[in-house]
Ligand binder design. Structure first.
Ligand SMILES: C[S@@+](CC[C@H](N)C(=O)[O-])C[C@H]1O[C@@H](n2cnc3c(N)ncnc32)[C@H](O)[C@@H]1O
Length: 266
């Protein structure tokens, strides 16, 4: 399948409409950031600013590191609508979380909305964790959310259902046209990859198709114990693991909300 890349084209254009976050995540990060130290916040994969902008508006200085030029452009556009003093609290940097060096440390680093899962191999995961640790003050926190599809995988073991399904539809904010998003999931079990095919179909008023753009989104998943080992291997200490943003217990699969700490003493 040919199509547009991740977080460019239609995935960037319809980010706000389609990628709406995990329930409760914004409130959670606002709360964590409010009680963080004075060293500021770094958001990895800051996207269009869905979390970054409310953080800045709440008074927290925040640096956003983002790989996609289109997402950065959208974040800058959204930032312009904010008050000048909120704008001054934001710094946007184009970079790659697998390898970055900002020359400073933060009290809090966050990677909301499964951004860590864009690290597609253990080498990339370790590289990112090493950089994260270097950019945290001693005692600083790394807070992030991922999910493991172990339950979905178990269910699928008994079925050969690989249908393309309609996920949802929304209105194109510029043209008013209806946009349908269709998806199909597949797993690469050897590399622990969830490969999602996402098709964005724009429809004219009478229902006829104006365009249909195939895209892909690949995420790596890791179970709880693998993640714990990864974090410990980079000398990051696990403080809490929850199964959601409202403090739900981790079920053994599904959402994982991690809070980990760079120890005060190395
Ligand atoms: C699911 S979005 C999350 C965006 C935003 N944090 C939010 O919560 O809405 C993941 C973001 O991570 C970015 N990203 C993916 N891999 C990256 C990498 N290696 N370095 C920096 N950003 C990356 C993507 O371009 C995308 O904007």
């Amino acid at each position: 399948m040919r199509g547009e890349g991740e977080y460019e084209g239609v995935q960037a254009r319809y980010y706000n409409e389609y990628f709406s976050g995990v329930p409760g995540d914004l409130e959670f990060y606002l709360e964590v950031a409010a009680s963080a130290g004075k060293g500021g916040v770094l958001e990895l994969g800051s996207g269009t600013g869905r979390i970054l902008l409310p953080l800045a508006i709440s008074g927290v200085p925040v640096v956003g590191l983002e790989r996609s030029p289109e997402m950065l452009r959208l974040a800058r556009r959204n930032l312009k609508a904010a008050q000048a003093e909120s704008q001054q609290r934001v710094e946007l940097v184009r970079g790659d979380m697998r390898e970055f060096s900002l020359g400073r440390q933060f009290s809090l680093i966050i990677a909301p909305y499964r951004t860590f899962q864009h690290l597609l191999s253990p080498v990339d995961q370790r590289g990112a964790l090493r950089c994260i640790r270097e950019h945290l003050e001693p005692g600083g926190l790394f807070v992030f959310n991922v999910f493991d599809p172990l339950r979905d995988l178990a269910d699928r073991a008994w079925s050969d259902d690989r249908e393309l399904r309609k996920d949802l539809e929304f209105e194109d904010p510029k043209t008013g046209e209806v946009v349908e998003v269709w998806y199909r999931r597949d797993y690469d079990l050897i590399h622990q990859l969830l490969q999602q095919e996402l098709i964005f179909r724009r429809l004219a008023e009478g229902g006829g198709e104006v365009s249909s753009v195939p895209t892909r989104l690949v995420l790596r998943y890791a179970g709880r114990f693998e993640m714990e080992h990864l974090l410990e291997a980079e000398n990051l200490r696990v403080r809490t693991l929850y199964g959601g943003f409202r403090g739900e217990p981790y079920a053994g699969y599904g959402e994982q909300v991690w809070t980990v700490e760079r120890p005060l003493l190395d």
